[in-house]
Design a protein around this ligand. Structure first.
Ligand SMILES: [Zn+2]
Ligand SMILES: [Zn+2]
Length: 320
């Protein structure tokens, strides 16, 4: 029985919508309440997919996001609950006559693994599939945003990712523009794009008619990890931190042994990073209810939630 979809926060900002769809929120293996890890971050019309556990394509079909809109995939590490959905998803895109290329990023070994997966069985892709090995410190520049890469602290090589939207120009002050004698039309657009223009022999710079630039949004996904400095630094001032919260503190020793965080530790990371909101994911199949998980993280970080599969979080732009 799948839970109904929830929207946690209405988008009221400017520019493109940034919507996080929690396709799978469970750790280790799928259970009746949760599928394994996959998070779709929809920015305007394209989707960045963070991890792709087994069954991700069916989760897409139950959500409001088409799997065909996936343009970039970032895998945190190669434990099965984070990547076994890749071959099925890629082959279904082929059957749906995909034409657009897809880029798949992950830690060292991604290119070799993708070569293996794409050559398993009888499969001839009809679209371009490009895979990339990443290292901590890399930055992947995409359209309107970039993805920053940091080291996570897990039992195998694992990466954490930050999706960072570019800052937008400030608000255009039409009154100031009129006072400066700028005619409405193409010159407005050029100033908004950051260009200097000339009106009646006078040079007009964008800062004369634009307000302060508007900060881009930031969504961070830790993947599987112990609490660590590199993820805290990556998550500095994040609008949303999605963090490993596999177990409650009563199972803290197991969390530590298997390279995971407790809900309490996830709350502490969010607090240290100065994040605006925290989503607890990769919850152990042993927990059928999320209330206790949220309660534990809340002790150090109040703006926390534990999404169910297919829940959405719309990231709002705030003036920082
Ligand atoms: Zn995992
Ligand atoms: Zn893992």
């Amino acid at each position: 029985m799948f839970l109904t979809q929830k929207v946690f926060l209405e988008y009221t900002g400017i520019g493109a919508t940034m919507r996080v769809v929690f396709l799978g929120t469970g750790g280790t293996y799928p259970c009746t309440e949760r599928n394994v890890m996959a998070i779709a971050v929809q920015i305007d019309k394209d989707v960045v997919l963070l991890d792709c556990g087994e069954g991700t394509q069916r989760q897409f079909m139950k959500s409001n996001v088409s799997f065909m809109s996936t343009r970039w995939i970032f895998i945190t590490h190669y434990h099965g609950d984070h990547f076994l959905g890749l071959p099925g998803l890629i082959q279904s895109m082929n059957l749906n006559d995909r034409k657009r290329a897809i880029d798949i990023f992950g830690p060292a070994g991604t290119r070799d693994l993708m070569d293996f997966l794409l050559n398993a069985g009888h499969f001839a892709p009809c679209y371009e599939i490009v895979s990339h090995d990443l290292e901590p410190g890399d930055e992947v520049a995409l359209e309107g945003f970039s993805v920053l890469v940091a080291k996570a602290d897990h039992t195998v090589p694992s990466l954490a990712y930050a999706i960072v939207e570019k800052d937008s120009p400030g608000r255009f002050d039409t009154k100031k523009a009129a006072d400066l004698g700028i005619p409405e039309g193409p010159l407005f657009r050029r100033l908004q794009r950051g260009e200097t223009v000339e009106v009646g022999g006078k040079r007009i710079t964008p800062d004369q008619v634009l307000g302060p630039s508007r900060k881009g949004r930031k969504v961070v996904y830790s993947g599987d990890t112990r609490p660590c400095k590199s993820v805290i630094e990556l998550a500095a001032d994040a609008d949303l931190l999605i963090h490993d919260a596999t177990l409650l503190s009563s199972e803290g020793e197991i969390a530590s042994d298997f390279g995971h965080s407790t809900c309490k530790e996830a709350g502490e990371v969010a607090k240290m990073a100065g994040a605006r909101a925290l989503a607890l994911v990769h919850c152990s199949p042993r927990y059928k209810e999320q209330a206790a998980l949220v309660e534990e993280a809340k002790a150090s970080f109040p703006d926390v939630f534990a999404p169910s599969d297919l829940d959405e979080y719309v990231v709002k732009r705030v003036q920082k």
